[in-house]
Structure formats: C-alpha cells, structure tokens
Design a protein. Sequence first.
Length: 102
Amino acid sequence: MIISYNSGTLQEICFISATAENRLGDAAAKSLQARHADLLAAKNVFDLPVGKIFFDGAQCTLALGDLLSINMVPNYPAAGEGADYDWATVGRVKIMGINGVE
C-alpha cells in the first residue's frame, strides 16, 4: 500500500527507531517496524499477515492485542457522499494515530 502520515511525528515514529522507542516503548516500536513493513508490502488491509482489523466508518484499526494499535483512513475521498469504502480496494492509506500518538 501507499502510506501517508497525518503528522510529521507519526512519520518519524514509523521511520526513526529511536523516536518510536521513546514514544511507544521498545516492544511496541519493534512491532511497529514489522507492521509498517507489512503495510508497505500489502495490496490492502486484508493482505496483512498479523493482527486484527477493525472498521469504524471510514477508519480502519490494525490491532495487535494491547501492544500496538495503528489507526488509518483511506487517502482519497469515497466514491459518493455517504458511501462506504470497499477496504479490499483501498491501496492508499493515511496513518492517523499509533497507540494514541497523533
């Protein structure tokens, strides 16, 4: 998937290990590195090999128990007003939050 980030902080957490460790802790930072690589390699959220996916309207959350939670939205508008996204076709996401960091 193509990933964008809602803030510079979220982008730093995803790409700079020390920032991730400081903000999330060691275990969550290591898990994030692997899940971020999975997101980049996946065609859509259903291709992700690990974690549970939850949907709430236009928001999708990838959760790994209490360790890690990545909140995403599609990075383009829905087909029509009030239309739902078909997450099987969403290939561009924006990360909106990671473990409460926005």
